[in-house]
Ligand binder design. Structure first.
Ligand SMILES: Nc1cc(N)c2c(=O)[nH][nH]c(=O)c2c1
Ligand SMILES: [Zn+2]
Length: 374
């Protein structure tokens, strides 16, 4: 068996590539989409559901698990895998992003970021050393460094100052986790906002420190799709070809296709699970807004080509009824379906890359998920 961190590249097609990343809890085929399991659960699903839809790796949020139930409790109870009953790979983010997006009264300093819990207002410090210790307690297979996700629209001076701090934090994370600790991998995060030279500077600095994989952060933060793709196309080739490349917080089907075309290997986004809960369902015939009246008497399955329990068992009329009635089963069936769609789409993408027909696959998918659609 390969050691954790082994990343073997398979066939490619243009910049798109297939690969296999070995982690302490199993291998992950890439390109891969990671369902988000914020508080130690992919909302409304059991781990068995995740295995059924062929999820290979899930994401946990350090910020949330630190605040509740607490990383030390999770460690005492055997770690996040045992706590949540998921035996596959887990990636945890560092918590920095949630601090900036969820908590109040944030103060950034050399030591780290101080913040107030969104739960009870208590004050906390996330330093590079602290977020590494938390993720070690959780026992995730892939840990992320503490970074500042620069807000969209930040000027060059702010971005440059933030980037320098993020690099110093990354170095401290690497020092706190030099590698080998229970096979837990550590990824660096490239920042630099929408300044291509700063992105290049960030990537070069992280490569000098050395990480098991490299993420592009600071995207999907309110920019236009054109701006995202411009940075994506310019920054991705700066990341080492022989290490996993992770685009954080992305994304919609069209953005996954663009990311894969640029050479990205890993993605995560709340879109499929969050949209499931608001009735927006993804199919290979396009998006379906299940609450629409047109489905009230529709006795056909959501997507006849989909193998998921929702599509194999129920009609659109029933899925609409559950959603309108705010039944809990609506969240579960819609989430099962959306994550099955993302899982199948990524498997088809991997096969298209292997077969050298990724461009045709992308065009086929963009016909139902156009780039200009919100
Ligand atoms: N869109 C984004 C989503 C994310 N979860 C993150 C993150 O966790 N860290 N840093 C980031 O820049 C970032 C961007
Ligand atoms: Zn389905």
């Amino acid at each position: 068996m390969n050691v954790p961190g082994t990343f073997t590249l398979g066939p490619g097609d243009g910049n798109a590539r297939t690969g296999c990343l070995t982690t302490a809890h199993g291998d992950v085929e890439t390109p891969i989409f990671m369902p988000v399991g914020t508080q130690g659960t992919v909302k409304s699903l059991c781990p068995t559901d995740l295995h059924d839809l062929k999820a290979q790796i899930i994401l946990g949020n350090t910020y949330h698990l630190y605040l509740r139930p607490g990383d030390e409790l999770v460690a005492k109870l055997g770690g996040l895998h045992r706590f949540m009953g998921w035996d596959g790979p887990i990636l945890t983010d560092s918590g920095g992003f949630q601090v900036f997006s969820l908590s109040g009264l944030r103060q950034i300093a050399e030591e780290g970021v101080t913040f107030s819990s969104h739960i009870d207002g208590s004050r906390h410090l996330f330093s590079p050393e602290k977020v590494i210790a938390i993720q070690q307690n959780l026992g995730s297979d892939i840990m992320m460094v503490l970074d500042e996700c620069v807000p969209y629209g930040a000027d060059r001076a702010y971005t440059e100052k933030s980037l320098a701090l993020t690099t110093r934090w990354a170095r401290r994370c690497r020092q706190a986790h030099p590698g080998g600790h229970r096979g837990q991998l550590l990824f660096g995060i490239v920042q630099g906002g929408f300044f291509k030279d700063l992105r290049a500077e960030s990537a070069a600095q992280l490569l000098e420190i050395g990480f098991d994989g490299y993420a592009l952060g600071g995207l999907s933060v309110g920019e236009s799709r054109e701006e995202m793709y411009d940075i994506l196309g310019d920054a991705t080739p700066l990341l080492p070809a022989d290490r996993p490349r992770y685009l954080m917080g992305v994304g919609a089907p069209r953005d996954l296709l663009a990311g894969m075309a640029a050479g990205i290997d890993m993605f995560d986004c709340v879109l499929p699970t969050r949209n499931a809960r608001n009735g927006t369902l993804f199919t290979f015939q396009g998006k379906v807004n299940i609450k629409r009246a047109e489905y009230r008497e529709d006795d056909t399955p959501l997507d006849p080509t989909c193998p998921c329990y929702a599509c194999q068992t129920f009609s659109k009329a029933y899925l609409r009824h559950l959603y309108v009635a705010r039944e809990l089963l609506s969240y579960r069936l819609n989430t099962l379906h959306n994550l099955t769609f993302f899982s199948i789409m990524m498997e088809r993408a991997r096969q298209a890359i292997r077969d050298g027909r990724f461009a045709a696959f992308r065009a086929e998918m963009e016909a139902v998920y156009p780039t200009d659609e919100e």
